[in-house]
Design a protein around this ligand. Structure first.
Ligand code: SF4
Ligand code: MSK
Length: 631
């Protein structure tokens, strides 16, 4: 294990010990209290879909109960459980997107929600077939586009608008295999219906429907979430930031933003600059107001504002345990329900803001789309007035933090690629230089590494090990979510990380002046990766499945990640999962995932928990693709 990893563990260990001393409970205490986790649940062979159950069937075909009371066998039970995870993940990303679109619908010249990227608004409006996109008044066009986007969730006919971005061959595959997603809500509802007691029992059909539902996330909800956030809040640009718990400043009022939706976070970023609130903080004895991000809200805010990242999923408790966080404010997703109780062991106020994720235990200040700034100001005032309640004896902020470069949206990445070409003789503003580097073998390929942390895996170890192995072999990595924050903390998002690369990638990094691991944003921003890969495929005139590109989620834990893996596989990219989803109880379903699906989409799920072995498999996969392309 490398020194950096050891360093992470030292911080974690020290903070866990501190929590014990402070009488605070952490995820590790709860994990220990659970003792052995349920083997039936782990294998996906426990069914609770109707109230005749729960029915736990045997993992073995030779002994024990082979079927639930209704007759569902292990293949059906596993398939249905898997499908419902895809529904959960798709719902989360897509409902997040719907909130962004709603905010756009409420946008106005003089209101809190504004259009910051008029060019992108007009581009997407034209892409979606709206009329007079060059001349229409900005907010009239924004409202029209928002209305059209809301229809993507419930339109009675047709498929998702963004599918047309994909190469023709891919679109034909989706049509042929009947996995081109229709309206997002419809896909989720239909799959919930299909997996109701007494509906679908054929695992193949259930997997196909799971792919289609997940496609409505990747090419629907997530892509809408990303593109519309850019229009409203700005296209992320290359910028410097810092990452790890050391960004919490003991001399300032610290506000930890945690969750996913940029609507709330953007308002807090605005309100935190209010001179009256800063003055109030000074009156309380603080030097100022320090907003830090956690999980994907952290990614959204660092990419657009350079707001520092306090940590990833696993560190949400640790930030509070530092004793220097005045307020932990959250919206939706990936928030431990344990946080309000943990906060009570310190002076921290825990504030939930979304009616969709009202978290019992401390404060609730509802985020109101019609008056979003007042919620943000109340949050900040609460934090400022809480500064004096800090218990100095409980404050211990680890000094560790890493410098990092973030903000590689598709547009920014293309801009960086322009630095590679000779602008006198070559076309700029395209992905051609990236294709050229891959085709020339300077880069062997690319990997999208995404997803969460999971206590089944040593914190960040799998993320960082996989990234390091791949860049050493000239594979450029694009990262999002908590994987991106792992990379940031390990110093992989710095220009200096080129020293860890093979010769080709190092040269490419030097010419483009980029790190070898590119921060592309939050979980919904995996759609940026899809878009970039699509642009390269289109530029080269090949299908996505032909490219030497893979997806990986080494430490994921959420339903969203299951949906992500499923839409990435559907998009034609082999996807390497470091944690087994709940499918091991059905050999037949596993076979469908690892082999069968390849016949439909040209890609499959690969399960490998050892990141070194995963890297070897990925390299073999990439070289195989290169051979088939003749490059
Ligand atoms: Fe049991 Fe069938 Fe009901 Fe599932 S749907 S709980 S297997 S009876
Ligand atoms: S926050 S989904 S733990 S990446 Fe997007 Fe991190 Fe996973 Fe949540």
């Amino acid at each position: 294990m490398s020194n950096e990893l050891l360093e992470f563990d030292v911080i974690a260990e020290a903070l866990i010990e501190k929590a014990q001393k402070d009488g605070a409970e952490t995820m590790w205490d709860r994990k220990a209290a659970l003792k052995t986790q349920c083997g039936f649940g782990e294998g996906g062979i426990c069914c609770r879909i109707c109230v005749m159950g729960p029915c736990r069937v045997s993992p073995s075909p030779d002994k024990g109960a082979q079927r639930g009371i209704c007759g569902a066998d292990r293949d059906t039970i596993v398939a249905r459980n898997f499908a419902r995870m895809c529904c959960g993940g798709t719902s989360a990303h897509s409902d997040h997107a719907r909130d962004i679109v709603h905010a756009m619908y409420h946008s106005s010249e003089d209101g809190p929600f504004k259009i910051r990227e008029e060019g992108k608004l007009r581009r997407i409006a034209a892409e979606w077939g709206l009329e007079d996109t060059d001349t229409k008044e900005t907010y009239a066009l924004a409202h029209e586009l928002a209305e059209k986007a809301l229809m993507e969730f419930g339109k009675p006919f047709g498929t998702q608008n963004f599918l047309k971005r994909a190469p023709k061959t891919r679109q034909e595959i989706w049509e042929r295999e009947n996995i081109a997603p229709r309206a997002i809500d419809q896909e989720v509802v239909t799959l919930m219906h299909s997996t109701h007691m007494g509906c679908a029992s054929d695992p193949e059909s259930i997997l196909r429907r799971s792919l289609r539902t997940s496609m409505s996330d990747g090419w629907g909800g997530s892509m809408i979430g990303t593109e519309f956030s850019d229009i409203m809040y700005g296209i992320p640009k290359e910028r410097a930031s810092e990452s790890n718990l050391g960004v919490i400043d003991p001399e300032q009022v610290n506000i930890m933003l945690h969750g996913h939706d940029p609507n709330l976070a953007e308002m807090i970023a605005v309100a935190s600059k209010n001179p009256e609130l800063i003055e109030l903080a000074k009156e309380q004895g603080a030097k100022g107001i320090n907003v830090v991000g956690m999980c994907c809200t952290g990614n959204e805010m660092t990419m657009r504002h350079g707001i520092k990242i306090a940590g990833n999923f696993y560190q949400q408790e640790m930030a509070i345990i530092t004793g220097a966080v005045e307020v932990a404010v959250v919206d939706v997703q990936c928030i431990f329900p344990a946080l309000p109780k943990l906060a009570k062991s310190y002076h921290t106020r825990f504030i939930s803001t979304s009616p969709k994720a009202k978290i019992a235990g401390d404060m609730y200040i509802e985020f109101n789309e019609e008056d979003p700034l007042s919620c943000a100001e109340e949050v900040i005032k609460t934090a400022v007035m809480n500064f004096k309640n800090r218990d100095a004896s409980k404050v211990d902020v680890p000094e560790l933090k890493a410098e990092t470069i973030v903000g590689y949206s598709v547009e920014t990445t293309i801009g960086a690629l322009d630095r590679v070409v000779n602008s006198q003789t070559d076309v700029t503003g395209t992905v051609k230089p990236l294709g050229d580097l891959v085709w020339a073998g300077v880069l062997r390929g690319a990997a999208g590494i995404v997803g969460c942390n999971n206590p089944k895996v040593e914190h960040d170890y799998a993320h960082i090990t996989l990234m390091k192995e791949l860049i050493k072999n000239d594979v450029i990595c694009v990262v999002t979510g908590c994987a991106a924050q792992a990379a940031a903390k390990a110093g992989l998002l710095k220009l200096e990380a080129k020293e860890l690369c093979g010769r080709g990638l190092k040269e490419a990094c030097e010419r483009a002046n980029i790190p070898p691991v590119l921060h592309m944003g939050s979980c919904v921003d995996i759609s940026r990766i899809l878009h970039l890969v699509t642009l390269v495929a289109n530029e080269r005139g090949v299908d996505i499945a032909e490219l030497p590109v893979v997806g990986a989620a080494p430490e994921y834990m959420s339903e969203k990640a299951v949906a992500i893996a499923s839409y990435v596989v559907s998009s034609g990219l082999n996807t390497y999962l470091g944690v087994m989803p709940y499918v091991s109880g059905s050999e037949n379903f596993m076979k469908l995932m690892t082999e069968g699906v390849k016949e439909w989409t040209g890609a499959a799920y690969v399960f490998e928990s050892d990141p070194i072995k995963a890297a070897e498999l990925i390299m073999a996969d990439i070289e195989d693709k290169r051979t088939k392309l003749g490059i």
